[in-house]
Design a protein around this ligand. Structure first.
Ligand SMILES: [Zn+2]
Length: 269
């Protein structure tokens, strides 16, 4: 189980899971195939801007940081983050997401975005504050909506231009625009990508998605009107699929994969 800590408690001398990130990778211990467990001082030289406590995973403290430019001789190695995340269990995935958001904050807001002064760590929250102008920086979390749009026993799925597997179909998704409610984002994204109008937009569940800083927020919606007419910049193909004729869909660890399976389960009841 992963329990995030709401405040950056002072680093302890006890051994901790050390989550060190670079742009696309995570440091692992090749002997265990896991995130290394070290005393924070043993890992300090590997972190560019320090190590930050952020909770406990299976009762052991967690620290995160951004890896120095190249991994020094340490017996550790870098593993592709997405690949590691895919095979990790739920608690570890949540810890990875939390660690990534917090490590990125301390690197990206190391200097004040408003006046350029070196910022300081906040005592009570995961954040940084500028001693010169008072600007506060918090972990960046970008909300993205993801929606299961259905019409009777059919679900609207699309192949995106950026999918790693070109033959895979997924539910539609997109980032929330400034000033929008989540429900408005759902309706707008579906309309922009397929020219379909939806109604009855209902929240289902969410998932932190650390690639690099999203929170995926899942909804269901009912078809209202329109014929599929795709935006070719975003989508290669979109179709209504009957529950018993689903194409290749995303893995179960993704919210999209879970929502399509939820639809199938509900239909097959
Ligand atoms: Zn400032």
């Amino acid at each position: 189980m992963f329990i995030p800590s709401p405040s950056p408690a002072s680093p302890e001398e006890t051994a901790a899971w050390i989550f060190l990130f670079d742009q696309t990778g995570l440091v692992i211990d090749p002997e265990t195939g896991q995130v290394p467990i070290l005393k924070p001082y043993q890992a300090k030289a590997l972190a560019r801007n320090g190590l930050y406590p952020f909770g406990t995973l299976y009762g052991t403290p967690c620290c995160c940081g951004t890896l120095v430019d190249s991994l020094p001789e340490s017996g550790l190695s870098i593993f592709e983050l997405r690949e590691f995340y895919r095979s990790a269990e739920e608690a570890l995935r949540l810890a990875i997401a939390c660690g990534r958001f917090i490590a990125d904050l301390h690197t990206n807001a190391h200097f004040c975005g408003r006046c350029g002064t070196l910022t300081q760590i906040m005592e009570k929250d995961h954040g940084r504050v500028c001693p010169a102008c008072g600007f506060h920086a918090y972990p960046r979390i970008s909300p993205a909506v993801i929606m299961s749009v259905t019409r009777g026993d059919e679900i609207l799925l699309a192949r995106g231009t950026r999918f790693p597997k070109r033959e895979m179909f997924s539910v539609l998704a997109g980032f929330t625009a400034p000033g929008e409610t989540l429900e408005e984002s759902v309706a707008r994204e579906v309309y922009e990508e397929t020219r379909i109008r939806v109604k009855n937009v209902q929240y289902v569940k969410s998932q932190p998605w650390p690639f690099p800083d999203s929170l995926m927020i899942g909804f269901t919606a009912d078809y209202e009107s329109g014929k599929i007419n795709i935006d070719p910049k975003e989508i290669i193909e979109a179709q209504w699929f009957k529950v018993d004729q689903l194409p290749l869909i995303p893995d179960r660890y993704t919210l999209s994969g879970q929502m399509i399976r939820d639809f199938r389960m509900k239909q097959n009841k």
